[in-house]
Design a protein around this ligand. Structure first.
Ligand code: EPZ
Length: 422
């Protein structure tokens, strides 16, 4: 049970590198199941979630190893198309083996994902999508069972919109199943996240025929077979956004590398509203906050709107603004576990339905706090770097799921974070 001890306030300076995207690498690990042979992800991040997915792949029959060339997935033999409860309950993204295994093996069984700290996360749209491709789908002892028709899946037109807009992993699942289906599939209201586009580009590199990438209308012409691939994922825009906030909340200047700033237009817009200065560079950007932190209203939306995975981090920043801000969560209405913890650090946050009223305070004060999920824990680390005193963040394992050696990266630019095993 590691904790972080974080001394504050600190000033940061220097260059920080972003890892490959977690939310691209996870579905691309699943895509490897579509083609017998060895696929390689050279820049797969070294994260707990990626390692959990490796365990899942091995339980299906694949052979996985990592070396200096990257993460190797040998999917020649897939003889156990079952996503076990014990693995799936640890990581919801396991659900994205559903589409590839259905297409590859004709039958798949995967544990229904359980509850999640950030709110209700059903998979009904995933199931709606694969049913439309002709699969028979039923529940059995907490497992989703899906069987393709005798002649295989058949392409069709599918609307994948839901109550909160599009679904990222739902689009991934249906796209991967449709890649090997007979005929053409048209996905309407597809998710447009850069990670979905990254998966589509990877599938095309494997021999798929996908058009409309990056738009809400994906056209997938099914092919007979796909081939293994060596594919590098995009830089992690959520990690990049977290470091941008690190510069702003500590009123510092940082250079952040290895990501595409064009994937972050809504984020840059809010940071500029808050008073940060952002200079594009060839491989990322430079971010500086010189003056006071200005208030700003934020509403999370599907891409290209403001990402829900940066909501908590921006709330920590706006807690120090000169004025009031309103943060509204439109993707996961209950994604506010960080609110009480930030209030323990003398923030002034009040929840009102799907919004939080953020009344800016002059300073945050260190306190022992509890991480509850990946992005909430990142927000507590950012707050700890700005707060006066030593903040202790418990349950750091949450942050290790999505950030590679975050304390080492931040300490290298001037933070004072100690990891301790208690
Ligand atoms: C992906 O989750 C990301 N995870 C999440 O990042 C991210 O928060 C989310 O997209 C939204 O951007 C990965 O890529 C591994 P959704 P996903 O399906 O695909 C509802 C992080 O911090 N919905 O797009 O599971 C759902 O409840 C993680 O890295 C249905 O109602 O999210 C939510 O309200 C956390 N029925 C909304 O849609 C469905 O069948 C969007 O969810 C599917 C989703």
């Amino acid at each position: 049970m590691d904790i972080f001890e974080i001394d504050g306030p600190v000033k940061l300076s220097g260059t920080i590198d972003v890892a490959g995207s977690k939310n691209s690498a996870l579905p691309i690990q699943a895509a490897a199941l579509l083609a017998p042979g060895v696929s390689v992800i050279p820049n797969a991040p070294n994260l707990a979630d990626i390692r959990s997915f490796e365990t899942l792949l091995e339980s299906l029959g694949a052979k996985v190893h990592r070396d200096e060339a990257g993460l190797h997935i040998d999917a020649t033999t897939i003889d156990n198309p079952v996503g076990e409860y014990d693995i799936v309950r640890k990581m919801r993204a396991s659900i994205c083996i559903l589409g590839p295994l259905l297409a590859r093996c004709g039958k798949v069984k995967v544990s229904m994902p359980g509850g999640c700290a950030i709110g209700d996360r059903p998979v009904d749209i995933h199931l709606r999508g694969i049913k439309a491709l002709g699969a028979r789908v039923y529940l059995e002892n907490g497992y989703i069972v899906a069987e393709a028709p005798a002649g295989g899946l058949v392409g069709t037109q599918i609307f994948l919109g839901g109550p909160f807009g599009s679904t990222v992993l739902g689009t991934d699942n249906v796209m991967m199943a449709a890649a090997l289906a007979k005929g053409t599939t048209i996905i309407e209201s597809a998710a447009c996240e850069p990670e979905v586009a990254d998966l589509a580009n990877c599938l095309n590199a494997m021999g798929a025929k996908i058009r409309g990438i990056g738009s809400p209308r994906l056209i997938i012409e099914g092919v007979k077979e796909l081939r293994p691939v060596t594919y590098s994922v995009i830089g992690d825009r959520i990690e990049a956004g977290t470091f941008m906030v690190a510069a702003a909340i500590t009123k510092s200047r940082l250079r952040i590398r290895n990501f595409d700033i064009d994937n972050m237009v809504a984020v840059v817009d809010r940071l500029q509203q808050i008073g940060a200065v952002i200079d594009r560079t060839a491989d990322g950007c430079e971010v500086a906050q010189y003056g006071s932190i200005r208030p700003a209203d934020i509403t999370t939306q599907p891409y290209p709107g403001f990402p829900t995975d940066l909501q908590a981090q921006f709330m920590a920043l706006l807690a120090l603004a000169e004025g009031n801000s309103v943060v509204t969560e439109k993707i996961y209405p209950d994604r506010f576990m960080h609110v009480a913890e930030l209030n323990r650090m003398a923030a002034n946050l009040r929840k009102e339905g799907p919004s939080v009223i953020v009344a800016g305070v002059e300073r945050l004060v260190a306190a022992p706090v509890m991480a509850s999920d990946l992005r909430a824990s990142a927000a507590l680390v950012l707050a700890g770097m700005a707060a006066y005193g030593t903040t202790v963040v418990h349950r750091v394992y949450h942050i290790d799921r999505g950030y590679e050696r975050i304390e080492e990266k931040l300490n290298a630019v001037g933070a004072k974070i100690r990891r301790k095993d208690v």
